[in-house]
Write a protein that binds this ligand. Sequence first.
Ligand code: AMP
Ligand code: ZN
Length: 470
Amino acid sequence: MQIYNTLTRKKEEFVPLEEGKVSMYVCGPTVYNLIHIGNARPMIVFDTFRRYLEYKGYEVNYVSNFTDVDDKIINAAIEEGVSADEIAERYIKECQKDMEGMNIMPATTHPKATEEIDGMISLIGTLIDKGYAYDKDGTVYFRTRKFKDYGKLSKKNIDDLEAGHRDIKVVGEESKEDPLDFVLWKPKKEGEPSWNSPWSDGRPGWHTECSVMAKKYLGDEIDIHAGGEDLIFPHHENEIAQSECANGVPFAKYWMHNAFLNINNKKMSKSLGNFFTVRDISEKYDLQVLRFFMLSAHYRSPLNFSDDLMESAKNGLDRILTAAEKLRDVITSGKEEPLTDEEREIVNGASEFVKKFEEAMDDDNNTANAIAAVFDLVKYSNSNVSSDNTKQFAEAMYEILTELTDVLGIILEKEEEAQGDEDYINEMIEKRAQAKKDKDFALADQIRDELLEKGIVLEDTREGTKWSRK
Ligand code: AMP
Ligand code: ZN
């Protein structure tokens, strides 16, 4: 399997540090608002990648954090007149609801920055002891120039960075030894959440959080670190500097970055105000459609959000769901006989599409081509399966389709839909019973025929009316 590694700017063969196991860290959202669909892109594409790793038999330790202490959270708290904790707790819950709607598997661990402060203090202490960091009046800075590899991920030259920084003076940061140095710990301002530390009552810098959570839950060296491409610099560059200087070993072997989700060809972002929340989209579409839309493009290509593309994602997804429904019909109403030779051959023939799917996913998580393979399979299934076939045959085809859609995180039959079906059937049965009581036999027959058309057979027994699928 090949992965495009931002560190080397090349597709590389994926070889995990430990055979059969993968450790993966994905930077999660800052929780001060409902997540927007730009934030959903890394969630969906890396969840799909994780599912594929599991499909291939790897045991995946998947860690994704919530950044629950940050200026934006504090500002939102001040605006609402509530505590920063309350804002963070609320939006973590909301984010989890959205993730469930998008069928994102829960991470192995979802650490929260505020629960990992001890580890951060310890990492900063190590960096100070090793001479990579220094305290100036309660603020701790990282000595960027001391890390010789600084810039290796973003391919930035440290002298160019220096020139760019010379004129930028950030208030309160005049005491830095070098304009390139970045903050690891900062003292609190009045009313801000803070923790005790050897340097000041204060809070950690954002970059420090991820280095610490990755170390604690995955180890000093990890296989894959992922996030949106805006994080390459400075966030991931700084994570590398902190982790490698503190731990003395290379941090992540592979760095994966998704391109932006744009709107009118501009990055969708909270600060630009040009965003839709996942919640907005859920009012119009099942969030599966959003997931399918995201996966229809390669994760490293910019993706422009539009109503048209969402509609075509909906149609594409419907094609798959309809084929699945047709297979389910044959599973219930097909012949109760063993597979025929011809059917067995058709099932074997489907492996061509599975192979195409795997080739696409092996090629740097190319979900766009993987979806094309699923469409091929759907077409093949539609033209080969009918009610004249055996149940076993439909079952075998359904299993193949499910294996692939499971990797994409697409649910072929939603439980609530199945449940909805049952609620509907029971409601109709009650209506028919009432019609019979009212001696409106025409209506009673009409209800029975309507259900029959939908493949539902009614049987009147002493215990009442029972139903089964044809
Ligand atoms: P944030 O809450 O801004 O820290 O972002 C959380 C994750 O969403 C990071 O991995 C970002 O890179 C990613 N992200 C934010 N905006 C977009 C966007 N418009 N398109 C794709 N990814 C994004
Ligand atoms: Zn991070």
